[in-house]
Design a protein around this ligand. Sequence first.
Ligand code: S3P
Length: 177
Amino acid sequence: MRNIVLIGFMGTGKSTVGKRLAQALAWDFVDTDCEIGEVTNLTVTEIFRRHGEKRFRSEESIVVARLSQLEHIVIATGGGTVLNPLNWEALANNGTVIGLHASLEAILRRIGHKNDRPLLKGPKEEIEKLWSERQRCYAQANFMVDTSEKNIDEVVNEILDRLGRSVNNEFRGVAQD
Ligand code: S3P
């Protein structure tokens, strides 16, 4: 298996699940937002504030291009990473893309009160619009897991189960469901 790439809206659990999944597989874990932070020496919020979203997206693409060359890592992307088709292609070419889904209610419950996401600062209607617009993109993943009402263990186990099935099916040449 190549890399595992977690995509999905903010607050769907990509980083938390990614860390646990990496542990379970004894793979390294990488978070694109953290990588951007290390390269630029700025937090995501600072990059947005000082340089704007365009600069953030450009740093994000550089990080994605580098990580896509690696193997056996679990990558947690930022919620907007795969909206850029070039990022999607680079990640999908060398990894299984897993979409984490959560209802807007679950997302707001988890992170609505936190102030560290520049794109979640607007009114609920704006967040809902962004969430709705992006669903079609995330749904292009190899498979989706709904995290809304599940704890981390349940999500990780579901992913491992699905991956196990995929690997076995590939091995046997059986069509995947
Ligand atoms: C973003 C999601 C954030 C971060 C940035 C932009 C987005 O990552 O990359 O604030 O466009 O959805 P998380 O999904 O990890 O919160």
